[in-house]
Design a protein around this ligand. Structure first.
Ligand SMILES: Cc1cc2nc3c(=O)[nH]c(=O)nc-3n(C[C@H](O)[C@H](O)[C@H](O)COP(=O)(O)OP(=O)(O)OC[C@H]3O[C@@H](n4cnc5c(N)ncnc54)[C@H](O)[C@@H]3O)c2cc1C
Length: 552
């Protein structure tokens, strides 16, 4: 298979993974999940929804006429339209399981260069067609759903996966010019022969792209220091309906508000990010990781605060509450996965000091773990990591049984954390029980930690009804946004705003700032065709995503 063919492999529309590697229908495994759900919730075992097939969806005819000069890069194939009409949010997966397609994209385009993107945008602007940039489609908050309201003549999804090359490496400055549509594994494979890594590993790494990471300001696997996409971007190039905009490659600059900051997190509403110069790293050779147990979650959080303020900057500092870590740590203890790595020097001095600090705060650990090769993949921490990597695949199976299982992530300053965590946990348990009439489960871990606060990541589940689970999820989602923003947190730390978080975003961000953003959008996207409904409405258009949190 040629490189281009590899990157054109079809993704699975109803769940995680490639279509040709998707878990086959496995009646025994489905039954096992149905039994687990029935036992966990004390209800009779129900028949799970079977795997959906493309032919089972009613996909409306495409509303757009492709101009002859663009025909070669566009397709109206139903399977392609289905893949590109759904992201990976709970409603996306549930809709797929229910054979529902609330909004269908009319056309999928695979441009190969900036000239083709500009031609597509010109056509779309002239014909009043909305354009949705699409990287890996791994958005968990409706970022690529073609839900654009009634004022457009159609929707084009612009898939960037043919822009998949590392174009240039500047070894002196340790930076690389990389195309936006490259998927995580391809990016790392192209840097590896040169001894480099971008070292940005979101859990969705395999099925997400550089452009998507920049457009959503994604957060990588590592806990502190260089982990957020913002830290790695040196300059960006974006094709907008008004022309190409590019920022200058600089290690830093005090020349006014940063152009990069305007493009990062723009979620496709300003234009199409086509490439970026990225700060790359030497591949780490010194690594060590150790699980630390705590009897009390808040005591563990205080330890993490001390670590995050110690200037040690551990690579990994993932605190997992006792319930979430129960499969590997027995259920009585919160587990902190503490790790360091370096491409330059042994990490022992840093680890020694961190463990001294951890011990002073009452954490317990078995130091011999550090002597094992690949300690980051061994023992309880390694087991948790494996379960974590498999979780996206199991999700579709659970949703097919009516299990409402989802996550939300936020950030808060340390001074507010204990009350914030306690109130969110209590509220979410209450709402899930009220909405589903069944037991609830709400757990928390830290994905990232900063000297001034953590980024807590909540996972929740409750048993809904297969026919009503999307509405039930909406009520729970509205409650999570309401409680997080009311208590002073952010509606998202790294999953972005998309369509689903918009009510929380409106609560959180000053209206004057939103007006300023809208004015900037109007200059770059005068006819308002770029990803309508995300973040803000285009000027003079009502896309229909606003309203109170309960309306959504
Ligand atoms: C199982 C799972 C695990 C996840 N883990 C993480 C995690 O660890 N960290 C994290 O941050 N996120 C995570 N996510 C969320 C998601 O993977 C990220 O938001 C990711 O950055 C999206 O990248 P993508 O290429 O898939 O973009 P898409 O989902 O295709 O698009 C996301 C948004 O960006 C816009 N966009 C995409 N490409 C471009 C471009 N070139 N130019 C302009 N706009 C563009 C789209 O229009 C859309 O608004 C996870 C999601 C799943 C399903």
């Amino acid at each position: 298979m040629s490189k281009k063919e590899v990157s054109m492999r079809k993704m699975n529309f109803w769940g995680w993974g490639w279509a040709d590697e998707a878990e086959p229908e496995d009646v025994a495994k489905d039954k096992e999940m149905a039994r687990f759900v029935a036992e966990s919730y004390g209800v009779p075992e129900a028949e799970p929804l079977t795997r959906p097939r493309v032919e089972e969806f009613s996909i409306p005819d495409s509303r757009v006429q492709i101009p002859a000069n663009l025909r070669d890069m566009c397709t109206t194939d139903p399977h392609e339209r289905l893949i590109h009409s759904l992201g990976k949010s709970f409603p996306d997966i549930a809709n797929a399981a229910l054979r529902q397609l609330p909004h269908a994209t009319d056309l999928v385009a695979y441009p190969e260069d900036e000239a083709q993107i500009a031609a597509l945008l010109d056509w779309a602007a002239d014909d009043n067609i909305a354009v949705i940039p699409f990287g890996g489609g791994s958005t968990v908050c409706g970022g690529v759903d073609p839900d654009v309201g009634d004022s457009y003549a159609g929707v084009i999804t612009l898939d960037l996966r043919k822009l998949d090359q590392v174009l240039e490496i500047d070894k002196t400055s340790r930076a690389a010019r990389i195309q936006a549509g490259i998927l995580g594994p391809d990016l790392e494979a192209q840097l590896k022969p040169h001894g480099y890594t971008l070292r940005h590993f979101p859990q969705s790494f395999e099925f997400s792209t550089l452009g998507g990471w920049i457009a959503t300001r994604s957060g990588g696997h590592y806990a502190s220091l260089y982990t957020h996409m913002d830290d790695f971007v040196e300059s960006i190039r974006i094709v907008t309906p008004a022309g190409v905009m590019e920022s200058r490659r600089l290690p830093g600059s005090g020349a006014g508000p940063s152009p990069d900051r305007m493009m990062m997190g723009s979620e496709g509403i300003m234009g199409v990010i086509t490439e970026a110069w990225m700060r790359i790293q030497d591949r780490p050779t010194f690594k060590g990781s150790i699980p630390v147990l705590f009897k009390d979650f808040y005591q563990a959080a205080e330890t993490v605060r001390a670590l995050s303020q110690s200037w040690l900057f551990p690579t990994n500092c993932r605190l997992i509450d006792a319930e979430e870590a129960s499969g590997v740590a027995g259920g009585e203890h919160a587990m902190l996965v503490l790790g360091f790595e370096s491409a330059d020097h042994p990490i022992d001095a840093w680890m020694d000091r961190a463990l001294e600090l951890v011990a002073d705060h009452g954490g317990s650990f078995d130091r011999s773990v550090l002597e094992k090769k690949d300690s980051n993949k061994a023992g309880a921490a390694g087991q948790w990591r494996n379960a974590f990597m498999q979780a996206p695949y199991a999700r579709s199976r659970a949703i097919a049984c009516g299990l409402i299982v989802d996550t939300f992530e936020t950030a808060i300053t340390w001074d507010k954390f204990p009350e914030f965590h306690a109130e969110i946990t209590a509220q979410m348990n209450k709402v899930i029980r009220e909405v589903t009439g069944n037991n609830s489960r709400v757990t928390c871990r830290f994905t990232h930690v900063y000297p001034d606060g953590p980024a807590p990541y909540f996972t929740y589940s409750g048993l809904g009804t297969t026919s009503g689970m999307i509405e039930q999820w909406r009520e729970i989602k509205a409650a999570s946004m309401e409680v997080v923003t009311r208590l002073g947190g952010t509606v998202t730390h790294h999953h972005s705003v998309g369509r689903d978080h918009r009510p929380g975003y409106e609560q959180q961000v000053d209206p004057l700032f939103r007006d300023a953003l809208q004015a900037a959008k109007s200059r770059l996207d005068p006819t308002g065709i770029m990803n309508p409904g995300i973040l803000i409405d285009p000027e003079n258009r009502k896309v229909g995503q606003t309203g109170t949190m309960a309306d959504r």
